[in-house]
Design a protein around this ligand. Sequence first.
Ligand code: SF4
Length: 220
Amino acid sequence: MVMNKVKQGSQMYPWVTHTWNVIKGKCPHDCSYCYMKRYPQPELHFDEKGLKTDLGKGNTIFVGSSCDMWAEDVSSLWVRLTLAHCIDKHPFNNYLFQSKNPDRFREFASLYPPNFMIGCTIETNRDYSFISKAPATYNRKVAIERYAIPKMISIEPIMDFDLEHFPKWIEDIKPEFVSIGADSGNNHLPEPSAYKIKALIGSLKEFTEVKVKDNLKRLL
Ligand code: SF4
């Protein structure tokens, strides 16, 4: 099964109806908190059978939710085949393409389906590079702010940040909305206080929509 319907109460974004993954296996970003590490992970691979999936129409599909298909080590051909399935066979969905390596979205600029949004995870403005092999959060910020197309930011799992910098970073990016969530796996991350989170949400609401995930309640 490569396309999954999002269940109510799951950790997935509630506004996404389905996830679809054809690029699978060990994600090159190797984040310490990755929920996929709860399961045995094969090597990175392309699941060709996934290209037979009927993605339907009228769905909002997060493509590549279980492995960052935009990581540098992922084959361009795999990404092209994935996008072609969206455009050629199922153009009447909304697609979310989210990455911690947003610089790579440029490589496929002419290949996106009609209705899509790009997303980027930026958990903090601080450099906690011991937690992930993904590009540093500052590099992600600089890359995603260059795109003048619909985009969202995911602050999840939120990590401790600097109030004097983080809201300004997000404002520079000009996202349609921001989704905020917390670690739901007891991964012992450096987490901010309730005061800082509330102040961040207040600042973000001055210029964009904020979607708070249920798993943030633990920190509030
Ligand atoms: S980028 Fe996402 S899928 Fe990849 S290791 Fe990190 S949390 Fe997991």
